[in-house]
Design a protein around this ligand. Sequence first.
Ligand code: SF4
Length: 441
Amino acid sequence: MEKSFYIEVYGCQMNVYDSRRIAELLLANGFVQSPDPHDAEILIFYTCNVREKAAQRLFSNIGFLRSNKTEVIAVGGCVSQAEGTNIFRNKHINISFGAQTYHRLPEHINSILSGKKAQILDLAFDEGTKFRHLAPSTAKASHSEFVTIQEGCDNFCAYCVVPYTRGREYSRPAKDVIAEAREFIARGAKEITLIGQNVNSYHGEAPYITVGQPKETWRLERLIREIALLDGLKRLRYTTSHPKDFTAELMRVHAETPVLTPFAHIPVQSGNDRILKLMNRGHTARAYLDKLAMFRDICPSIQFSSDFIVGFPTETDTEFEDTVNLAEAARYTISYSFKYSRRKNTPADKMDGQIPERIKEERLALLQETLLKSQVEHNRALVGTTQEVLFDRVGRKENQYIGKNVYLQSVIVESSENLIGEFRNVLVEQSGENSVSGRVL
Ligand code: SF4
């Protein structure tokens, strides 16, 4: 009898992408998907290690979702990679697999089900191999799909686990990325987001060879120009990127490519040079702001979002003020800010001068006040403008629909027509802190 599986996924878009590929692989290998964990023989947890105490949270979720029916529990992704053999201190876990080895999951599940093995640990950093084993999907695509173009990171920011959990940078060959995007569009996708830990350091093999010449690689700039030509693609995004890898050419691509949104997520983390150096970010606050100014010169419609970490070890009040000043100067459309939290085995975890929680909380509240001001201003400026919106969910009220404009801002409308998956032009009439509302034209 066919065994059924249930996937619980945590974390970023990369994990969402991976979990879909895992589901496709299992379906192609004769398993069936169950929407109910208590009805599935196989439970798969695809994990994220960005938040604190990820392993403890995982273990309690396993306890919550397990049932008498459960025969196999497989844990994958960043927590597996970070915990190594320690993951098996939870006796219910049979398989622990990495972000680079999920193509072998069907085989591992069969080994457990047949009783050949009781526990399997598969955390190899097999760069790129999994992509060659992904199962083709025939299901209808969502109106908005992710395509992984790059994985891993060589930057080793002092607070980040990614280089240890996802491994060194690997870029998928351009022809595979283009083929996957084309596939999604053929199956109904209208918006594609190119994803990776550091997409603007992409350097994938070009889809051709020039006789007598060494193999060429394409940067993100070239890849975007090519994908933008695909018939049926209405909107293209990419995330996430590093300030030091933003080139003038990438800025020009934004200015010259209508389907590419005039929106760039450029994480800065801190506005103080000493802290940026301790973080190993590879740029100064001035260099960062200069890059935003250059971007605005080349592509006047561009808007930015960013990530911030407050309370990095040894950060003083004055150094934190530099971050608030940078946030004011940058005029972000949206931002994501967090208190620094320690990650095992990272350089920052071993630093002296860890900041007390109370101070981190105060700093976060202050920074968020500043960031919110610029978000509110941006939303206010949208009133009276026409925004192209891709609707992706229903609102709380009857006939209410919510979608995103090019700046990833939520736009709310009322409509008697089902707008999910549709693009519409919306005249913005009102603005709030986290959304704007208007009417479909
Ligand atoms: S660039 Fe991003 S993914 Fe890479 S180490 Fe730094 S924070 Fe982590």
